[in-house]
Design a protein around this ligand. Structure first.
Ligand code: UDP
Length: 317
């Protein structure tokens, strides 16, 4: 069956990986939407000549006018790196999350399309429950520097469930935990790309705080696989469902692992920890295992090798 699939944030890191995966099915036509704030056309350049792929430069904070019948929407549009979503961009981030969700939900409603929200582990804030399970309601600072993203994404989830309850829109909500891999931007600002690019350039690795904070890193192909399974799952299963790799590492362990892989002689330096930086994060993925038959296949060391290879080429350009 032919399908027209709209992907917002389609030139970003996860979005462009998703475009590349979905275009492989000859029945799929992809409409890729992005304002290219953190995304780049370079990420999808190889797809532009494909007649089943169309890029529209568009900001999701305004409604998208299209006469095309849309079957599925993946809503990823939002800067995801703290350095990109905070500060001067904070209000824009909230607008992107909230107005973007509203505009896409309206489009889904008009088209009777299925719509998936790429939510985030940030909805749990500084979690007091570990590992985080979907029923945990989180511990978010509503007035902190991260709240534009955290509360924006929480509000988007709330809009999704209200559109489902009020209008019967078929919704899917996945909560993505830290994800890494090819097509991340060199200047993304998140920890995996920072450490790898620093090490490849022979620079010191910058740990914020003492490096005892933890994260659980999921390779992008695993996250994409989970999102496709979620889209294909029974309409009665809306989530939210955690998508992440439950193997937890301290940031210091990550720095040491990357240093070992690239250059043992590099120094690690310590910088101040940004405020509201979560102390620990690890997904409970029992629900994804049960409902989607999914669990990550790629271990951190293997995923880092692939990511290092990608950045090596990128930095040579
Ligand atoms: N971090 C770090 N050095 C960097 C970038 C990030 O030590 O160069 C830390 C950051 O303070 C956080 C963790 O790594 O504790 C993950 O940060 P990232 O921005 O990748 O994701 P998030 O904080 O959104 O999980």
């Amino acid at each position: 069956m032919h399908k027209t699939i709209l992907i917002t944030g389609g030139t970003g890191f996860i979005g462009s990986n998703l475009c590349k995966r979905l275009i492989q099915d000859e029945n799929n036509k992809i409409i890729c939407i992005d304002n290219n704030y953190t995304g780049t056309l370079d990420n999808v350049r190889d797809l532009l000549s494909n007649p089943r792929f169309r890029f529209i430069e568009h900001d999701v904070t305004t409604a998208l006018q299209t006469d095309e019948k849309i079957d599925e929407i993946y809503n990823l549009a939002c800067p995801a790196s703290p350095t990109a979503y905070q500060g001067e961009k904070a209000i824009f981030t909230t607008k992107t999350c909230v107005l973007g969700a509203l505009n896409m939900l309206e489009l889904a409603r008009k088209n009777n399309a299925k719509i998936m929200q790429f939510s985030t582990s940030e909805v749990y804030g500084e979690p007091l429950v570990h590992p985080q399970i979907e029923t945990y309601r989180g511990n978010v600072n509503p007035i902190g520097i991260r709240s534009c993203y955290d509360e924006g994404k929480r509000c988007a989830e709330s809009l999704f469930f209200d559109y489902n309850r009020i209008y019967g829109v078929k919704i899917k909500v996945i909560r993505i935990f830290n994800t890494y891999g090819p097509l991340m931007a060199v200047n993304d600002g998140r920890v995996v790309s920072n450490f790898i690019c620093q090490a490849l350039r022979g620079e010191d690795l910058t740990i914020y705080g003492d490096g005892s904070q933890t994260r659980s890193f999921c390779y992008v192909d695993d996250s994409i696989e989970a999102s496709l399974r979620m889209m294909a799952a029974d309409d009665n299963f809306s989530g939210p469902v955690n998508i992440g790799n439950p193997e937890e590492f301290t940031i210091k362990e990550l720095a040491e692992l990357i240093r070992e892989k690239i250059n043992q002689n590099l120094h690690i330096i310590y910088k101040p920890l940004p405020s509201d930086d979560p102390t620990q994060r690890k997904p409970d993925i029992s629900l994804a295992k049960k409902q989607l038959g999914w669990e990550p296949q790629i271990k951190l060391t293997e995923g880092l090798d692939k990511t290092i290879e990608y950045f090596q080429k990128k930095l040579q350009k």
